[in-house]
Design a protein around this ligand. Structure first.
Ligand SMILES: Cc1cc2nc3c(=O)[nH]c(=O)nc-3n(C[C@H](O)[C@H](O)[C@H](O)COP(=O)(O)OP(=O)(O)OC[C@H]3O[C@@H](n4cnc5c(N)ncnc54)[C@H](O)[C@@H]3O)c2cc1C
Length: 400
């Protein structure tokens, strides 16, 4: 009994906040690599005990069933503890985290992986009147609303790739509805012209009306207002333009960038609080080509790398610098079409593009891969530690 107490007293507590792509990568990697040691405990906090596949939320929003992936089952046998709850505050001085039911969890090392949500605050009326694809509940709410509409117009605010995927999915599943895709940029503007042409053709085939160069200034209960003074009638508005991160890191006094993301060093530690690691969309991670933008393909490696850094630091070793190069942008265009843009490490488009059925299969493999990867990592932790490092593109040149 005495031994158990002294072991517990020496145990290093790693608290992982958020079981998204990045947090779950960190937790599985850490738990799998430390399951045989009694001196480290991993606790994972998330509001749901099922994994939210954000990559498929536009499918949930159109009433399509997706697989249920239970986090406690994934962690079973690793020794990691799952805590269901909503984090309301981080106290970086006391090294504690408060959960909505007033539980307080202590940590020695924190992994901050709370992700991002749609930016519903910049444009007036979005928060009150627009739907989002932030999680299973908001997606289900939209699905219900769309199902009840006999006809009418769905306006999608934001012509980035999330907006494109949602517009195609809604138009395909609800042909009786008029779908309008509004935004500053042309849909697929970041893709190679070949891929962009495919996106344009798919949206036209599905009857999506595209209005690029449009700046939404206000969302009202039955329309959106544009900067040129015109209005677009809307029975439903879905907002996909821009993202914001939870304010908890900034409130805790961690150094954050102008978007509230935790600024990290090259081991993915907070530059102001080295006992805090930040991963995924909630982190501002610099590479040679700039700061990572939120994706699943970069989020999972940040989680794995944070886990490896933590273990190296605990072993008294120097953590290695994180390096990541992008390699693809798969975009679904409904269930029967897709486009895959292959990219350079800095995410600029190559000439290589996959379309049609091959792209549909590719996109499905990519969307299904994370859960399978977590499962594999549980048995073979090293299997999660492979990703393109991006060569010279990602190397950060030190200032002279
Ligand atoms: C519709 C849609 C389609 C997308 N498609 C693609 C795609 O095709 N390819 C791609 O690479 N990226 C895509 N993205 C972006 C991608 O989903 C994100 O970059 C990715 O989810 C980031 O992973 P993450 O772990 O940082 O955050 P998330 O996956 O968002 O996970 C964050 C976790 O933290 C939890 N959380 C948040 N706040 C709290 C709190 N206060 N307390 C406790 N838990 C909390 C959340 O519930 C969630 O489980 C898409 C996003 C959307 C919305």
């Amino acid at each position: 009994m005495k031994t158990t107490h002294s072991a517990a007293a020496r145990r290093h507590e790693v608290l992982v906040l958020g079981a998204g792509y990045a947090g779950l990568s960190a937790a599985t990697q850490l738990a799998a690599r430390s399951r045989k040691r009694g001196d480290l405990r991993v606790t994972l906090v998330n509001p749901y005990d099922t994994f939210t596949e954000r990559l498929r939320l536009h499918m949930t929003a159109t009433g399509q069933e997706t697989a249920e992936m239970r986090i406690p089952e994934l962690l079973d046998g690793t020794g990691a503890v799952f805590v269901r709850g909503w984090v309301t505050a981080v106290d970086a001085e006391a090294s504690t985290v408060r959960i909505d039911d007033d539980r307080v969890l202590r940590y020695d090392t924190l992994v901050y992986g709370l992700g991002s949500i749609a930016d519903t605050v910049t444009v007036p009326g979005v928060d009150e009147h627009a739907h989002t694809l932030d999680g299973p509940e908001s997606a289900a709410l939209l699905a219900d609303r769309l199902e009840r509409l006999d006809g009418g117009t769905v306006v999608i605010g934001g012509s980035g790739l999330t907006g494109v995927e949602a517009a195609a999915e809604i138009a395909e599943r609800h042909p009786r509805l008029q779908v309008v895709l509004l935004g500053r940029q042309e849909p697929g503007a970041t893709l190679h012209p070949k891929a962009k042409a495919h996106v344009d053709a798919a949206l036209a085939r599905l009857g999506v009306r595209v209005r690029a160069g449009a700046e939404v200034t206000k969302v009202l209960p039955d329309s959106v207002e544009l900067a040129d003074g015109s209005g677009v009638p809307a029975d439903v508005v879905l907002w996909t333009s821009g993202t914001r991160v939870p304010p908890l890191a900034a409130a805790a006094g961690l150094t954050v960038d102008d978007r509230g993301r935790v600024v990290t060093d090259d081991a993915l530690r907070s530059v102001s609080h080295p006992d805090v690691y930040a991963v995924g969309d909630a982190a501002a991670v610099r590479q040679g080509y700039g700061v990572l933008h939120g994706t699943c393909q970069s989020g999972m490696p940040t989680g794995v790398h944070a886990a490896l850094s933590i273990l190296r630091v605990l072993a008294g070793k120097q953590p290695r610098p994180f390096r990541f190069g992008y390699y693809h942008t798969p975009v679904s265009l409904g269930r029967n079409d897709a486009v895959v843009q292959f990219t350079r490490p800095d995410d600029s488009p190559r000439r290589i593009v996959l379309t049609g059925k091959g792209a549909v299969r590719y996109k499905e493999i990519v969307s299904a891969a994370p859960w399978a990867t977590f499962g594999r990592m549980k048995k073979m932790p090293a299997s999660g530690a492979f990703w393109p490092h991006g060569g010279r593109h990602t190397r950060i040149r030190s200032a002279k």
